[in-house]
Design a protein. Sequence first.
Length: 664
Amino acid sequence: MLEFWRFNTTSLENLQVIEGEYNFFVVTLSFLISSFAAFALLVVLERAWQSQTSKTLLLWKIFGSIVFGLGVWAMHFTGMMAFILPIPMSYDMGLTILSVITPMVGTFLALGRLSEEKFSFLSILLCSTYLALAIGSMHYTGMEAMKMNAIMSYNLSLFITSIATAFILAMIAIYSIKAFNSNVKHTLIAKIPSSIAMGAAVAGMHYIAMSAANYHIDAHTALKHQSMSDSAIAFSLAIAGIVFVIVATTILCALIEDKLQQAEQKLEENAIREKDILEHMADGLLTMRSSGIVESINSAGALMFGYPKESIIGNNIETLIDTDKVKDLKEASLHEKLKEQLGKTLVTHGIKLDGSYFPVEIHFSKILLTTKNHTIFNCVVRDITERVQLEQQLRQSQKLESIGQLSAGIAHEINTPAQYVSDNTMFLNTAFESCLKILRKTQALLDKEPSEISSSELTEINTLFKENDMEFVIEEIPLAITQSIDGLERVKKIVGAMKSFSHSSPGEMSLVDIAEAINSTITVSRSEWRYIAELTTSYTENLPKIKCLRDEFNQVILNCIVNAAHAIEAKNGQKSGELGTIEINVTQADQNMEILICDNGIGMTSKVKSRIFDPFFTTKDVGKGTGQGLSMAYSVIVEKHNGKIEVESEINVGTQFKISLPIS
């Protein structure tokens, strides 16, 4: 224990004062030790500032206290090794160990304030006091551990100066820490000034305190010259090496912890970002097991189906999606069935809470992370109600546009039979008036007795027969009636074909007689080909009806017929009387309905053939083609009917379109 009589110099008047010497290499080494310990403390302090939890903060405070406390003690012990007295000297083990604890406690208290990043004057004053007392108590406790045949006393002014030096230099160090804290980059170089100031506080206090100490011996005590042994220097270097390793380990741990914290923070940010994206995406997103049980759903999905989130989770997906088109969801081997659907987009109907249906597009994907018991699948659901409505409007517009383009020809087709029906009706009207005159004269004669009929009356009737050419009338009336009936049937057929072609379906598949649909389209488009080509059809007997979108199928056939007529016209040019040929053959091949549309038109090059299904690509003149017809045909046949559309063409020979539609 510190004995206050160490400041009493009166009782030491009869004793001899001895002087010690320093090994300046070891002194320099001790300063480096204290600076490195301070550097490690700053690294720990930075990690304390970045700590996310109170537990992590406490661990860094404890770790920093131990590292800096050991560094301060190592500096003191190395400094004592550098001091050489001309008498033997040893150390008390208990007090030496006690001297290690005091700087750890003071550092822990200082870190408690510094970790809060509040650099008020009061905080800096308290932290400086904690560090000064910690360093001072460690030093003077270590001094008390010295065992030697001498009495030690202190110069009071230097004693106070040593504590004040530790306090002032600690305050300077903390102000430099404050400046370091305001540095956004927090680089390793930025820690050096603070480390030097803190190291100077430790070393400065130590060597001023050593100057405050006086060593008194009896005048008869034998003195001998002492020099620092090689083993002592090696021991000091070993202590320095241990401190350097501790510092390096501290820096390494801090860097690793920083990287881990950054990675954890990045993962957390990514998770928050992904959750925010999923919650605010326009489409519904469900995660489900291979059994079809829904494990999670985002807000858009819950809103889309009209359910609260909680009521959807745990239910089977078939309560949300009409499984007619994805009936595999009802199969026991759903896991394998879903694998087949991965990456595909299916169109079906969603089922709202109130039981109403709405069109949806669903897309399945597999989550790479799987558990022991089940595999997780993603199911993206898109409400396509608005798109379906727009598509229906577009289809109707395309049909009306087609009818508008064909309207002149259709009007001509209707006008021809209507004209001769009108002419025949006028003839029948005139003939009826002539017949009516003769009938009235004849009725008047029938009302008389035969003896009352004169020869002049009979001559008058005979004259009427000749004047009205009744023989011609009798011969032509049946022909006029037959022609009128044929004309009306022709008009009826054209009107029926137009009605069939322009019939607006609700966008749902229905059973369709393909032959009847093609015939109605041929009738509507007759004005496009009648003066250009001869169109023939061939249908296999007993063709089954197939499920398809009738109006869209009609539009595909119309586009093909019109394109064939234009190709023949382009080949024949203005050659009058030379007609091309268009053939339409429908056959059943296994489970498919095959429709061949062939023409002997101008044909296509391989380059043109490779692009005919591209939107807006056309070889026709401006105003005659938009490049949408075959693009729409591909979409209808391939994407909506799961069919195929293939084309073969040769320049100046002709073109063949082959359309395959699944029967079931």
